[in-house]
Structures are given as structure tokens and as C-alpha cells.
Ligand binder design. Structure first.
Ligand code: FPP
Length: 250
């Protein structure tokens, strides 16, 4: 879907569309296995879809896209799959950095960097810095990310501030805690999509998705397309979000 040539406004979901979409990209392994190929091939195919969906965001008025690339639980996979994924992340950043920069994408990473290898962390830091002046699309990649881990790390930092006397326990409310989350500069997601037919959230953006709409679809991530993304985003605009309140009178 293209931009309106007169107004340059997105022709997608309109003002009621989601500003922030988060995606659990699932099904790479099954996609490869169905073809009798190694799981890693599915991850490589999945990486190609990332580019297509990032490119589609402005067309649908999606300003923020957050994708779940590697969870704190994914370390339990075989050593060769983990190593293959880490190498894919390094190569993805090296290959895509200039293009993301030129297309106005601001890239951020969330998750605990402590367990990631030094080379990968340097590439992540460099890409964040390179794209820090961009504002067309905000792409956040969750890498070694877990919702409980994020809230635990935030609580630890908050406790430290109290211990240092820089904050009083009386000041602690949801807003204060949220300032210590990895996502503190991002709006909460409006819509969370999970591919591959699994209807669970797997520790993704637990705090931030309290009022998000969820869409669980059967498509395996490497088969997910910009047009399916567009359909889901447009359907979202028809939903009635009440945030615990009541429907506004017509
Ligand atoms: C889940 O599929 C997918 C992952 C654990 C990795 C997601 C990674 C990518 C899409 C690669 C590219 C990402 C970036 C940012 C370059 P699965 O392996 O659990 O699939 P299965 O459930 O079919 O086994």
C-alpha cells in the first residue's frame, strides 16, 4: 500500500490504527522442517521477512515495531542453533545497517546484553548510535529478552536508587517502575501479533502489553507478508478498546 500522493499521509489503518505493533515471530523451525531443511534455514528466511515488515510500517501508519528475536529461554536450544542465531544477528546488523539508516529507521535493542558476545553488543551499540537521529519508523529488537527478567532488572535498579537515598519508597508507583524498564522511551504496544498458531505470549512485553490487543495467526513467520500485516493492522482499527472503562456514548 502506497502513501497518498497528495498528503503523504498513510493510506493504511488511519488514525484509529495501532501506533505500536509488537510481533512474536514464531514458526521458523517448523517452516524449515516441513521442507526437510535445517532449522537455521528457517531463521534465515525469517530474517528476510523482518525487512519486508519494517518497510511496510509507514504505509500503515505504524510508527513503532517491536520484534521478539531471542528470548531469555532460547538459550535452552541446542548449542549449534544458538550459535547459528547469534551469527545471524551479527550478519543481519552488518548487512542491514546502512539500509536501515537510509530508510529513516531508528533501531533500538531491549533485553539483557550481559550474556551476549562482545562483538554482537558492539554492533548493536553502533547501530543504535548510527540511527539515533532517525524518526520514520522505530524498530526495537528484543534480544536475550524476557518480560520477567526485564521487570526484575528494573526492580533491582529501583531498589538501588532507594538504597542510595535518591528515591523514597513512597514515590514508587507504576510510572516510576516503568521508567526503569528497557522500553522506558517507547509507548506501550497497541497490538501484539504472534505467528504460527500458538496462542501464548511467552514472556514478551508482559508489563507493557497490559491493555494490548492480541492477534494469533496460523501463518509461519517466514510466510508472513506485508499484505497480511496490513490486513491485521486494518482489522485492529475496527476494535473497541476501553482500557477497563465503558464504551463512550455515540
Ligand atoms: C521462533 O521460531 C523464532 C526465533 C526463536 C528466532 C526469531 C528470529 C528471527 C526471525 C531471525 C531474524 C531476526 C532478526 C532480528 C535478524 P521457532 O524456531 O521457535 O520455530 P518453531 O516453533 O517452528 O520451532
Amino acid at each position: 500500500m502506497a502513501l497518498d500522493s497528495k498528503t503523504d499521509a498513510p493510506r493504511g489503518a488511519g488514525p484509529a490504527g495501532p501506533r505500536h505493533v509488537a510481533i512474536i515471530m514464531d514458526g521458523n523451525g517448523r517452516w524449515a522442517q516441513m521442507r526437510g531443511r535445517p532449522r537455521l534455514l528457517g531463521h534465515h528466511a525469517g530474517a528476510k521477512r523482518v525487512r519486508e515488515i519494517v518497510e511496510a510500517c509507514p504505509d500503515y501508519g505504524v510508527k513503532y515495531l517491536t520484534i521478539f528475536a531471542f528470548s531469555t529461554e532460547n538459550w535452552k536450544r541446542t548449542q549449534s542453533e544458538v550459535a547459528g542465531l547469534m551469527s545471524l544477528f551479527r550478519r543481519y546488523i552488518q548487512r542491514e545497517a546502512q539500509d536501515l539508516y537510509r530508510r529513516g529507521v531508528r533501531v533500538r535493542f531491549i533485553g539483557d546484553r550481559i550474556r551476549l558476545d562482545h562483538k554482537l553488543v558492539t554492533l548493536m551499540d553502533d547501530l543504535e548510535l548510527l540511527t539515533s537521529g532517525n524518526d520514520r519508523v522505530h524498530l526495537t529488537i528484543a534480544l536475550n529478552y524476557g518480560g520477567r527478567d526485564e521487570v526484575t532488572r528494573a526492580a533491582k535498579r529501583l531498589a538501588y536508587e532507594i538504597e542510595m537515598g535518591r528515591l523514597s519508597h513512597k514515590d514508587v508507583d507504576a510510572e516510576t517502575l516503568a521508567r526503569f524498564l528497557d522500553t522506558h522511551v517507547l509507548p506501550d504496544p497497541d497490538l501484539v501479533i504472534r505467528t504460527s498458531g500458538e496462542a501464548r505470549i511467552s514472556n514478551f512485553l508482559l508489563w507493557q502489553s497490559a491493555y494490548a490487543e492480541y492477534e494469533f495467526i496460523d501463518t509461519l513467520w517466514p510466510d508472513f507478508s506485508a499484505s497480511e500485516f496490513g490486513r491485521i493492522v486494518q482489522n485492529y482499527a475496527a476494535r473497541d478498546r476501553r482500557y477497563g472503562g465503558v464504551k463512550a456514548p455515540a
